[in-house]
Design a protein around this ligand. Structure first.
Ligand code: ZN
Length: 884
């Protein structure tokens, strides 16, 4: 392997910056290929020992330095040193002014980090280290400054000029150019800087905070798209009042602007007072957006808004603390969505997402702690572990101390750290102080990688009417980490009798007797004894998924069937149904692998029948029950698997189920009225989800009747959700019906990029036909472009994660599809290529023949000298874990 040195940044090397950036004034003379950025900085040496002798070091990458002056005197080349990553002035006074003038080329910026152009407009993305592509500055989150920004550009092409904070002045030149000055009163780190210039449609609204501040809200979108911004506006206002009501946090500027752009590396960005969004997470109407889109928009609008406190007012000392803002903010947006919609359904969806993305990450070559101790490229650490596992740790904390104590801890954290760059210790200190709970061992959740396993073995003693439960936990070794100890686990439990009624037991030797138990586990093992069990209890473990662990139990099939039917906790009901399904699917895979006809246990169809019978009560929940574990989930349960065997097993089991349940499915499907007026709310979305789940299962019959039903659903669809559900059904058949629907879809939505992403995605994920040929056809479709991250993901990520049997095809053709795409994207956008690269992580779980093929394909990429550091970091870690 051609090893390029991968320079690690280490948490233990943290040093405070020796200077204070008291004031930052920037002037942007915007021109697409040559923008001039003039920066005037007031800098003071800190009165600390480390600062006494220090020279000034500023970050700066790909900047053409035009001039540099210190206290009004032009510096000569010998007075400073320029290198690949920045500028050093060895000797500076204790207090001085520094002025630099640089030129940058936004039109050539395909990495979409720093100042770049999207659809002819200027925009920025500075987190994590984009600001150094704009001007010389100490580009690290613990250095904060007051920013004053002046933007100049031609008025005709760029009528809107935005930056953080409040607009304080505007003006015109006589050559057709105009300018605007923005001032942000809140000191901030450079990663929260933003600038936008262009021609937009906008919608306006306002919000009055509980202390009476009038906030003007503007959402800026593509010309002609204003009508699709109203849902985001509504979600924003609901977020603003939710954060006041629940966390007591208010907005702190007179203006809040959101801009939607088509080309964006992530979902959205919380720049102070000027959030920038991927338009996929902002624009929605019934004709073009699905319920999942609406849900994601609501969550991400809330997420970015909530960052105003968890991230901006209190920011991170260094990027090792990233989860301090991201984990907490994900937790906050999850809670918001739970309050806006169904708490039970939201929890199940979050657990599904955690298991689909974070669990595999945590058990594979890319496993890392929620607070890593080193990294090569920080962009690669915007991971599911930092975000979703980080949020689960916050939830564990809340469960341990209780909701009210938790909220007072959060309050203390915000108040004590307001205006500061904080650490995870600061967060835990506030929680401990406010709650009086020592939270023993909680740090290990942040420092130990790997998903803990919780084993729960119950034993019933009929004579003594006694139930004993032995709990034991362990966390597996992960790359570079072994010898782990227990983490604090709140284990929520309840007991049910043979008739499904809740049982009240009492903890042996005490008077404590309850329906619901929250057992705080703070050791490797714990023995529990419950008395008063006249009948054999069935134990419901980990209610509400009270901790992010893998659970192993000695529950019998009968226990699972009982819980699936009777548990009062919706999560455990769903989980028990899933457990029955997992067992059936893995059993079928085993049988097929041995050339035998699989048997589908009656428990499974009975559980689904129960779900259908009860569907009207909570359609969204029933829809979740009806969805069987997918191939990727099964791959996690079966080491060294053959994904096509798992896919065959899934097809087989679903085929049997639909035979048994066809009438029930038909009846449930028939309750749906496609002509009903559209509302994006959770209740209406639940009905659509149920219809889709029924249709999905009906299509597993592979009968012409089902194909016709999917086709009719497609033509009757009055909204994008139903249209996609129908296309999904048709994709199970492939052939002319699917193709005709796709063609109609394309001609109707050809000029809507977000809808065309769906057209790419559904085909990339289709298991019918020849998925490798489909991939090639989509890649050469005129609508495909490497320059738009959404489009690249709609093909590459959808294929690799949504079509596992094709991606992991035995001859390696799927691996080559993705590797070619990564190779082509990498030169344009290394961060995007690296993210696609993470899809190869699943190769560690397939049988050795496939692993070898994947390893060879990765080696070819790694042999390229020009491969970006981002992609190299990801692929080399994955490859090191493969057999090859
Ligand atoms: Zn975030």
């Amino acid at each position: 392997m051609r090893t390029q040195e991968q320079i690690q940044v280490r948490l233990q090397d943290y040093q405070p910056y020796p200077f204070v950036m008291s004031h930052t004034s920037l002037v942007f003379d915007l021109q697409p290929t040559r923008t001039i950025v003039t920066s005037r900085l007031l800098i003071e040496r800190k009165p600390i020992v480390e600062a006494r002798q220090a020279g000034l070091r500023l970050d700066g990458v790909d900047l053409e330095l035009i001039s540099i002056e210190l206290d009004g005197v032009t510096l000569k080349p010998g007075d400073y040193q320029l290198d690949e990553t920045g500028l050093t002035i060895a000797s500076v006074p204790d207090s001085f002014k520094l002025e630099t003038k640089v030129a940058i080329n936004p039109a050539a910026n395909t990495a979409l980090s720093g100042l770049y152009m999207s659809a002819g407009r200027f925009c920025t993305q500075c987190e994590a280290e984009g600001f150094r592509h704009i001007t010389f500055w100490p580009d690290r989150p613990d250095v904060m400054s007051r920013f004053h920004v002046r933007i100049e550009a031609p008025r005709a092409t760029f009528p809107t000029l935005l930056s953080n904070g409040n607009q304080v002045a505007i003006g015109e030149y006589d050559d057709g150019r105009h300018w605007a000055a923005w001032d942000d009163p809140h000191p901030k780190p450079s990663y929260l800087f933003a600038l936008v210039a262009g021609d937009f449609d906008r919608i306006d609204d306002h919000f009055v905070t509980r202390s009476g501040r009038q906030v003007e809200i503007g959402i800026f979108v593509d010309k002609g798209a204003a009508s699709r911004a109203h849902y985001a506006m509504d979600a924003l206002k609901r977020s603003m009042s939710w954060d006041e009501q629940v966390f007591g946090r208010e907005y702190d500027l007179d203006v809040f602007n959101i801009v939607a752009v088509a080309d964006f590396n992530f979902g959205a960005m919380e720049n102070k007072g000027l959030n920038i969004f991927n338009s996929a997470l902002l624009l929605a109407d019934e004709e073009t957006a699905t319920d999942a889109d609406y849900e994601a928009i609501e969550a991400v609008v809330a997420h970015e808004y909530f960052h105003n406190w968890s991230g901006n007012r209190v920011t991170c000392r260094d990027w090792f603390q990233l989860s301090l803002k991201e984990g907490l903010t994900v937790f906050r947006d999850q809670e918001f969505s739970a309050d806006q919609r169904s708490r039970a359904v939201k929890r199940i969806k979050d657990v599904k997402a955690l298991r689909a993305r974070q669990f595999p990450e945590d058990s594979g070559p890319l496993a890392h702690p929620v607070r890593p101790s080193s990294y090569v490229k920080i962009d690669n650490f915007y991971s599911s572990t930092i975000y979703e596992k980080g949020a689960e740790i916050i939830r564990v904390l809340q469960t341990m101390v209780g909701r009210d104590a938790f909220l007072s801890g959060a309050d203390l954290y915000f108040d004590d750290n307001d205006g500061r760059a904080a650490t995870i210790e600061d967060w835990l200190a506030a929680m401990r102080t406010a709650t009086g709970n020592p939270l023993h061992g909680i740090e290990r959740w942040y420092d130990q990688a790997g998903t803990p396993t919780l084993e729960a073995i119950s034993q019933y003693d009929e004579v003594r009417q006694r139930l004993t439960i032995s709990l034991s936990q362990s966390t597996p070794d992960t790359p570079g980490q072994s010898g782990k100890t227990w983490v604090p686990l709140p284990v929520a439990m309840a007991f049910f009798g043979p008739d499904g009624a809740p049982l009240r037991l009492n903890l042996a030797g005490t008077e404590v007797r309850a329906d619901d138990w929250l057992i705080p586990m703070a050791s490797d093992r714990l023995e529990l004894t419950f008395d008063g069990a006249a009948e054999k209890p069935t134990v419901s473990y980990l209610r509400g998924f009270s901790a992010p662990v893998r659970l192993i139990t000695n529950q019998t099939d009968a226990d699972l069937a009982l819980l699936a039917a009777c548990d009062t906790d919706p999560f455990v009901r769903w989980e028990s149904t899933q457990a029955i399904a997992r067992k059936a699917l893995l059993g079928a895979a085993e049988a097929l692998a041995h050339g035998q006809e699989p048997e589908v246990p009656a428990d499974l169809s009975r559980a689904l029948q129960g779900a259908l019978a009860d569907a009207a009560r909570d359609p969204a929940f029933a829809a979740l029950l009806l969805r069987l574990p997918d191939v990727s989930e099964l791959m996690q349960l079966k080491p060294l698997s053959d994904p096509s065997n798992l896919q065959a097993a899934r097809l087989f089991v679903r085929g049997v189920l639909v035979e048994q349940l066809e009438q029930n499915l038909d009846a449930c499907f028939a309750t749906y009225d496609p002509a009903q007026a559209f509302s994006p709310n959770a209740e209406a979305a639940g009905k659509r989800a149920l219809m889709a789940a029924c249709l999905d299962l009906l299509c597993a019959s592979q009968t012409d009747r089902a194909a016709l039903r999917a086709e009719n659903t497609f033509f009757a669809a009055r909204n994008m959700t139903d249209m996609m559900s129908a296309l999904d059904g048709l994709s199970q058949f492939g052939g002319l019906r699917f193709q005709t629907a796709l063609d109609g879809f394309k001609s109707r939505f050809a000029d809507n990029a977000l809808v065309m992403d769906k057209w790419f995605r559904i085909q990339a994920m289709a298991i019918s036909g020849d998925p490798i040929a489909t991939f090639a056809r989509l890649r050469s479709d005129p609508a495909f472009t490497l320059l738009n991250p959404n489009r690249v993901r709609a093909l590459g990520a959808a294929f690799a994660s949504g079509n596992p049997a094709a991606f992991h095809r035995a001859d390696g053709a799927g691996y080559r599809c993705l590797a070619d795409l990564i190779g082509d994207v990498d030169g344009l956008n290394g961060a995007l290529a690296a993210r696609l690269g993470t899809m190869f992580e699943s190769c560690a779980r397939v049988e050795l023949g496939r692993q070898k093929l994947a390893s060879a394909v990765l080696q070819e990429l790694l042999n390229r000298n020009s491969l970006s550091a981002n992609t190299r970091e990801i692929l080399s870690k994955i490859q090191a874990g493969l057999m090859g």
